[in-house]
Design a protein around this ligand. Structure first.
Ligand code: FE
Length: 210
């Protein structure tokens, strides 16, 4: 397994703690809920929107451009951080982004075994399950079983490569462009690239076009 040298425990711990601003936001949020100003379920809906829709749109644009523009795909393969920055994405959690291209021979799956490192600039907030101990251990021990849990079954001959995210290096999966998308615009292509497909627990399908 690549990228599994965790020489960065200090940085890693940052992911499990709130920054002063995040702590203030959390405190304020609790107060608002306690006072009845904010409905927690409404907050959950907002968070869900960021997790599954708004956040991952950046990554979806990266994937759609890679599918449409071979020169961009080549740059993305060589230097993920720079190629993602071309589209204006970067910053905290995106200092070193590596794009893992799925091929017929190899499928890529992302995890952070130690905590919850995640490529925020391209995928937004990590889903709750990504941070859960069962996902973090099973993804490494039984990647094929993990994919089955998400309803994904790959051809037997396709290897699964697991990438362990760290504070230094974050990964994004570039799924294969599905058949049936010939002639689609980048925007149409981006619309079928889900967050899960960029973590490696999902596959894009032309039927997902809105
Ligand atoms: Fe982590």
């Amino acid at each position: 397994m690549s990228g599994h040298d965790h020489h960065h425990h200090h940085d890693h711990e940052h992911d499990n703690h709130f920054t002063p601003i995040e702590a203030r936001v959390k405190a304020l949020e609790s107060l608002m809920v306690e006072k009845g100003y904010v409905d927690l379920s409404a907050l959950d809906a907002i968070i869900d929107t960021y997790e599954t829709r708004i956040g991952p749109r950046n990554g979806a644009r990266v994937v759609a451009k890679a599918w449409s523009d071979p020169a961009y795909a080549a740059r993305l393969k060589t230097d993920g951080t720079a190629a993602v920055a071309e589209l204006g994405y970067g910053g905290r959690g995106g200092e070193h982004i590596v794009a893992c291209f799925n091929t017929p021979e190899e499928h890529n799956l992302i995890v952070c075994t130690l905590c919850s490192c995640y490529p925020w600039p391209v995928l937004g907030l990590p889903p709750v399950w990504y941070k859960s101990p069962p996902y973090r251990s099973k993804a490494v021990i039984d990647p094929r079983g993990t994919l089955a849990d998400f309803g994904v079954s790959l051809p037997e001959g396709q290897r699964i490569r697991v990438w362990d995210s760290t504070a230094e290096t974050r990964f994004i999966v570039i799924p294969m462009r599905p058949e049936g998308t010939e002639g689609w615009s980048e925007e149409e292509l981006a619309s079928i690239v889900s967050r899960d497909s960029m973590i490696g627990v999902g596959l894009p399908s032309p039927e997902d076009r809105p």
